[in-house]
Design a protein around this ligand. Structure first.
Ligand code: UGA
Length: 440
């Protein structure tokens, strides 16, 4: 099928590459021309595991082309995906201005079409409930005079995790298609027919339900992480072991084992934003959803508690110089949006501590946000001679496999805060370090 992809961020780009791998021709557009230039030279504009390899693969790369003008993309596409950002506004609502701008640009392009044509627009961006139908009504009004043009709308949520997004795309657990009539639903579903052949479940529903499915999935995941972190905070005080607790609880098939790892708190561009947006628009529907509303607060309180623990221990040992390992919101990504580590660092700076940061992929992004308030170390082992305390925030392999002997030789102090519970306490302590995890 001839597919258009507007928006080449973490979602749009991976989806474009995945659709090309499924055999579709994908015509891409992004407002950021640099991204398009980089991609046309096979250079990934973001770090995502396996992306470079996919772009190096001619059978995929040759199916992807860049298009400067939305009108030309529209002319060349039967189905147009919209995957531009819907960032949080100040009040927590999802900012839909970029999606609206794309729909308007498509409408303007369609107004210039003389021949008869039928196109389907699929929203992939996470949008407020009811938004797809609103955009449909908006566009139909704009092209009301164009009897030669038929446009259908759908909403097709994505469930890709950064860091494993390409694998997630090719191995989905379900495909959700929101549409208002069977023909449109089947048309969108046929894009993913490879997965139907592989017996992946398809859920066909209306656009509103598909939009709610997207939010519910992320809210569930956020709630699990927030809850296990609350339990971990309590277990830490009373001497419980959160790994054992998570393991045992997760063995209950009704609960399941995933998203039960204690951490510094969930972050990223999706979970925090979607929890806030859902709270916001449920309120504007006149409904209070106390459980949903408490998730974000729980997560923030957890980060503050960790900050307080660290500052207390820093005072205890006279530690002033802290090395934070990891600012990416999780391993295998360069993304620091809503990173709990960055929030923690801001708190530690406010407490007067000196911070040095290391991250295998996120240093540039971190520098753009924290600038000269902190120091940066691309090779953290070489920065250890002034470091009193290490704080592990992100579960990068490099940090889960720390070279203890090297640490012992080079580090000035001997305190390690492991906010991902990735180190072996016995090994660390037997090498003379003071070890603090979260209930482990
Ligand atoms: C999330 C969802 O998992 C995807 O299904 C969804 O498509 C995506 O949002 C989106 O809406 O675009 P992602 O933001 O990449 O994906 O992050 P996750 O892998 O879900 O992790 C979220 C946060 O929870 C991270 O900070 C992670 O470190 C944390 N986490 C996760 C924990 O602290 N403990 C866990 O057990 C699991």
């Amino acid at each position: 099928m001839r597919i258009g992809m507007v928006g080449l961020g973490y979602v749009g780009l991976i989806t474009a590459v995945g659709l090309a791998e499924l055999g579709h021709s994908v015509c891409c557009h992004d407002i950021d021309k640099t991204k398009m230039v980089m991609l046309s030279q096979r250079k990934p504009p973001i770090y995502e595991d396996g992306l470079q390899e996919k772009l190096n693969d001619d059978s995929i790369f040759n199916k992807i082309k860049m298009e400067d003008e939305i009108a030309k993309l529209v002319a060349q596409s039967d189905v147009i995906f919209i995957a531009v950002g819907t960032p949080s506004s100040e009040d927590g609502s999802a900012n839909t201005e970029y999606v609206r701008a794309v729909v308007l640009a498509i409408a303007q392009a369609l107004c210039g079409v003389e021949e008869s044509c039928k196109k389907t627009i699929v929203i992939k961006s996470t949008v407020p409930v009811g938004f797809t139908n609103e955009m449909n009504a908006f566009l139909q009004e704009k092209i009301a005079n164009k009897v030669n043009v038929t446009i259908k709308f759908g909403f097709c949520p994505e469930f890709l995790r950064e860091g494993t997004a390409l694998n997630d795309f090719m191995n989905p657990e379900r495909i959700v298609v929101g549409a208002e009539d069977d023909d449109t639903a089947n048309h969108i579903g046929s894009i993913f027919e490879t997965f139907a052949k592989n017996h992946i479940p398809f859920v066909y529903t209306n656009c509103v339900s598909a939009e709610i499915i997207k939010y519910t999935s992320n809210i569930m995941l956020a709630a699990r992480v927030a809850l296990i972190n609350e339990i971990a905070d309590y277990a830490e005080i009373v001497g419980g072991n959160i790994a054992d607790i998570s393991k045992a609880v997760g063995l209950d098939g009704r609960i399941g084992s995933r998203y039960l790892k204690a951490s510094l708190g969930f972050g990223g561009s999706c979970l925090p934003k979607d929890v806030k947006a859902f709270s916001y628009f449920s309120k504007s529907s006149g409904l209070d959803l106390p459980l949903v509303q408490s998730i974000a607060n729980s997560n923030e309180s957890h980060i503050i508690r960790q900050k307080e623990r660290i500052t207390e221990v820093a005072t205890l040992y006279g530690a002033k110089n802290i090395l934070v390992l990891g600012t990416a919101f999780k391993a295998d990504t360069d993304d620091i949006r809503e990173s709990s580590a960055v929030k923690l660092i801001k708190g530690l700076l406010a407490s007067g501590l000196n911070i040095t940061i290391s991250d295998p992929k996120a240093l540039n992004n971190t520098q753009n946000v924290l600038g000269s308030c902190v120091s940066y170390a691309s090779d953290f082992y070489s920065a250890l001679n002034t470091i009193d305390m290490i704080v592990i925030c992100t579960d990068w392999k490099e940090f889960t496999e720390l070279d203890i002997i090297k640490l012992k030789q080079k580090m000035k102090g001997n305190v390690i805060f492991d906010l991902r519970n990735v180190l072996n306490r016995t090994l660390i302590e037997s090498n003379g370090f003071k070890y603090y995890g979260i209930a482990n």
